[in-house]
Design a protein around this ligand. Structure first.
Ligand SMILES: Cc1cc2nc3c(=O)[nH]c(=O)nc-3n(C[C@H](O)[C@H](O)[C@H](O)COP(=O)(O)OP(=O)(O)OC[C@H]3O[C@@H](n4cnc5c(N)ncnc54)[C@H](O)[C@@H]3O)c2cc1C
Length: 706
């Protein structure tokens, strides 16, 4: 963060259990013509070829391996580190990622139980020191954020390393083996292994497979091991080896800022903040130091301090644990005896997206930071990666199971790359919003960076390095003088005008925000494995200013959430979210209809065509709250002999809340087809008057690229 340049010394509750029985074993109907399709070119019986190899066991690689394993796809993971990092890094999990986690056997609920109470992290606090005057604070939670109206789950604040632990536990529950390099023999991988200490160093894509070479330390010597897979997914982070080996370039802005993260513990500081001014982020500005403190867990006293890093004038040695401790004390504003510096890590902020997400005839795929790297402002990095994995998993499964050709994998790039570009722009915009506060305080954040640039590359570069450093230090000290008590107070004309502007900035919501539901839940794919409406309008550049999410049934949107009541005898009291109607352990589409004659005809056509396409479809008959009598008999008769359906009734919050169809801005004569990743693949705004079989064939072949 630019303004840091002035620092001292530069310095499921509701799991769907629908009453679904098996499909009829063979089609007994006149018009059903079964074709045998085989898209999967690899030999399932060939044990020497692994269907999917994932490189990188960060949050994105782990989520992808869980999703694939749940879908019945064999995969293994290579991780170059021998153990997992404890550096907290990401901590904000947005609403859509929590929805993905909700389907991972209640992971979202586990996170909600384990995270700090929301009152301890709902605010960003701006102050001159942690124990000194508060310049302002912004509460980022609103009452509707807790009401679960737009989503069955809420956002969360949970450190990345704790999330990794829970993800590993989920993988172990799915019988994944987490292997140390020493414990391995030379058997081919069968899927279901996470190999620690294995670094991917070489790849070679042949006709239908990819040969991967991993290097690992065995008996004190680096040894290579070869693995052949059908699909290789690089989730190996911002410096991705797979991206480089596949020759994929990044596009965008590099090196926006270099920073150092200091991970430290102090129970005393945690207790003090917990009692006096709880918050998630603390932006601290004083004459001696400036920094951003991330409170990962106030009860445990776990923090990360972000500070600027100006190489080559500075080196990492300038951030010794003792120097960091002194800087922390300057930001705290009083003595603390229990500061324990755990880890000091440099990192670079970029705003870049890979020019391709899929390469080598759809066999090499990038996801997460390997595909995009952007400023952490707004917390979109890991979240975007988790949603990449969610988009990709069902497509890989559809290909491996022979439901779709490999071109379905290309739709991952068509859909996710524009989202990555959009989120990059949004993160840069959020980063600029974060800069508005120091700018208002008289610390123009661009100055620090241009001064550094001039000294490094411009006229200052002729100076000896010690002098370069002294010049930089001197200029930053002058900059921080803007924050002196003498200047920054209500009695000083300039100070009071700056403080008034600051208050205005906070009230107008023009400082850094935490929540972006309009983008987090409202993102939409415009083309890919879907059929856009003829009047589909492209999304404009991000504004970051609209906080509200507006439910939409436009193709490519996430299915809107509404609680529904299942109308089967055994579960009559069970409420589930519409999002829970998709199972998560099967490549299954969902067709939502109202109980109307023509819609039932469409549903029967969808079931017949799905059988022909060898893909699973479930029909959901959505009954209005007050007309559910006889629902089950009606659906059974209309859909017989098909049994892959579920009757549900709307569970409206109040009598004046929107009905399902009006929330979707449609009438009940229409229908919505939802993909396994809960995004809308197709919709009919009104009843289908032409041959529904032909229409459903058109729909499934366009979606599955058949
Ligand atoms: C200070 C900070 C705060 C952040 N806060 C947030 C936030 O609040 N919310 C959010 O969404 N995001 C946040 N982010 C971003 C987030 O941390 C990253 O987006 C996230 O870690 C990306 O996950 P990943 O799995 O794609 O990559 P990584 O987490 O980088 O994992 C990649 C893995 O691949 C391994 N690997 C690398 N190369 C190889 C190889 N050749 N062979 C085998 N293994 C390899 C690495 O060891 C690593 O384990 C933040 C980032 C920073 C720096």
């Amino acid at each position: 963060m630019g303004f840091l340049g002035f620092i001292k010394g530069f310095s499921s509750v509701y799991r769907a259990k629908p009453r679904i029985r098996a499909y009829p074993s063979s089609c007994q109907h006149g018009h059903c013509h079964i074709q045998c399709r085989t898209f999967s070119h690899f030999k399932d019986h060939d044990d020497s070829v692994l269907p999917v190899l994932i490189v990188g066991a960060g949050p994105v690689g782990l989520v992808l391996s869980i999703l694939l394993t749940k879908l019945g796809i064999k995969c293994s993971v290579l991780e170059k580190s021998k153990s997992f990092s404890h550096h907290p890094q990401a901590h904000f999990i947005n609403n859509r990622s929590m929805e993905v986690f909700h389907k991972l056997d209640g992971l979202a609920e586990e996170i909600q139980r384990s995270q700090p109470p929301v009152d301890l992290w709902r605010k960003f606090v701006y102050c001159t020191s942690l124990t000194g005057p508060v310049l302002g604070s912004v509460d980022h939670m609103q009452p509707q954020d807790f009401e679960k109206v737009v989503s069955p789950v809420c956002v969360a604040h949970f450190s990345q390393y704790k999330l990794i632990r829970l993800l590993l536990k989920k993988l172990e529950d799915l019988n994944f083996l987490i292997c140390k390099p020493e414990g391995l023999n030379d058997e081919p991988f069968r899927g279901g292994e996470l190999l620690m200490g294995h670094e991917c160093v070489k790849i070679n894509a042949t006709g239908q497979s990819v040969n991967v070479t991993a290097s690992h330390l065995k008996e004190g010597k680096y040894t290579e091991r070869n693995i052949t897979c059908n699909i290789l997914v690089g989730t190996d982070g911002a410096a991705s080896t797979i991206r480089k080996l596949a020759g994929i370039e990044l596009r965008g802005e590099k090196d926006l800022q270099k920073l150092v993260s200091v991970h430290f513990l102090s129970r005393d500081l945690g207790q003090y903040l917990l009692n006096e001014r709880p918050g998630m982020l603390f932006f601290i500005f004083n004459t001696e130091a400036i920094g951003v403190l991330v409170a990962h867990d106030l009860k445990q006293g776990e923090f990360v301090l972000q500070m600027p890093f100006y190489p080559p004038q500075q080196s990492l040695d300038d951030f010794s644990p003792e120097t960091c401790k002194q800087l922390i004390l300057k930001l705290v504003g009083q003595e603390l005896s229990d500061i324990d510096v755990i880890d000091i890590k440099p990192w670079v902020m970029h705003a870049e997206v890979a020019e391709k997400f899929v390469n080598c005839d759809n066999r090499i795929i990038l996801a997460g930071d390997a595909a995009h790297r952007f400023p952490p402002a707004g917390g979109f990095g890991m979240n975007t990666g988790i949603q990449d994995a969610h988009n990709l998993a069902w497509k890989i499964a559809a290909f491996v199971k022979g439901i779709a050709p490999s071109s379905i994998l290309h739709t991952y790039e068509t859909e996710r790359r524009p989202i990555a570009i959009f989120n990059t722009a949004l993160s840069v915009q959020n980063f600029r919003a974060a800069m508005a506060v120091p700018t208002t305080l008289g610390l123009d954040p661009t100055v620090a960076n241009s001064v550094h640039q001039t000294i490094t590359d411009g006229i200052g570069s002729i100076l000896p390095s010690g002098l370069q450093r002294a010049v930089l230090d001197g200029i930053f000290t002058i900059g921080r003088a803007q924050l002196s008590e003498f200047l920054l107070n209500e009695k000083n004309l300039l100070g009071s005008s700056r403080l008034a502007k600051l208050r205005h900035l906070f009230e107008e919501g023009k400082s850094l925000q935490l929540q972006f539901p309009a983008e987090d839940l409202g993102f939409r794919y415009l083309e890919g494995a879907l059929i856009p409406d003829s009047d589909c309008v492209a999304q404009g550049p991000p504004t970051g200013r609209r906080r509200d999410y507006i439910p939409s049934s436009d193709p490519g949107s996430r299915l809107p959430h509404m609680n529904v009541r299942m109308l089967s005898n055994s579960f009559s009291e069970a409420f589930i979210s519409t999002l829970d109607l998709l199972p998560g352990d099967k490549v299954e589409f969902l067709l939502i209809i109202a109980p109307l004659e023509k819609s039932y005809h469409l549903a029967v056509a969808a079931l017949k065509v799905a059988e022909e396409f060898k893909v699973s479809v479930k029909v959901c008959i959505l009954w209005p709250t007050d007309t559910v009598k006889g629902a089950e008999t009606r659906s059974k008769t209309a859909l017989a002999p098909w049994e892959s359906y579920i009757d549900v009734a709307e569970a409206k919050k109040s009598s004046n809340s929107f009905s399902w169809w009006s929330m979707c801005q449609m009438t009940d004569k229409g229908a919505i087809l939802v993909r396994p990743d809960e995004h809308i693949a197709w919709r009919a705004k009104s009843s289908i008057d032409d041959d529904p079989i032909l229409e459903m064939k058109r729909v499934f072949s366009a979606i599955l690229k058949v």
